[in-house]
Design a protein. Structure first.
Length: 178
């Protein structure tokens, strides 16, 4: 049985690009996953989030962003395009765990793909506790941190079931060969 795929959060790429303290271990881990052919996956938002943070927060030029993206692409990350129905899971996880919807997308992508989640973001690590991969002591949490969940409100929306069924039907229809 092969190892589960791993969804890589943008915090990992940003640490590498910005040469943060975790960068060396993150690079070593990613290289090991390349060597062992462990699948490395990112949602399409990953590339936009990295670009935005580099340009807006760190003042990178477009040339510097392109160079940084090229540096990260060398780790062979496969980009996935979540279905619109994933939004339900994202909204649920954002409210349940107090995450941004952007961070919740990484968690939802990992859950959907039955993958682990590699992140340096502490809030996301807590939310993804059973599946989180860290860059400490063997790349795995040894003790699962407590997960603090909030009540979710979306199930009380009267049209939730019908709308979710409609989205799932559309996703199946586009996935079926014609």
């Amino acid at each position: 049985m092969s190892e589960r795929p791993v969804v890589v959060d943008s915090s990992v790429a940003l640490a590498i690009i910005l040469k943060e303290p975790e960068a060396e271990l993150a690079v070593a881990t990613l290289r090991e996953w390349v060597r062992t052919r462990r699948e490395r996956v990112v949602p399409d938002l990953f590339w936009y989030e990295i670009s935005n943070v580099l340009m807006r927060k760190h003042g990178f030029s477009s040339l510097q962003v392109v160079e940084a993206i090229h540096q990260i692409e060398r780790f062979g990350l496969r980009t996935v395009h979540p279905e619109r129905s994933t939004l339900w899971l994202v909204v649920d996880r954002a409210e349940r765990h107090g995450l941004t919807t952007y961070d919740a997308l990484f968690l939802a992508t990992a859950e959907t793909l039955k993958a682990d989640l590699a992140t340096l973001d502490r809030s996301l690590q807590r939310a993804a506790a059973p599946w989180v991969v860290t860059f400490e002591e063997g790349h795995r949490l040894h003790e699962t941190p407590a997960v603090y969940e909030h009540d979710v409100t979306w199930p009380s929306y009267a049209g939730a079931s019908a709308y979710l069924a409609e989205l799932r039907a559309k996703a199946r229809a586009t996935a079926e060969p014609t």
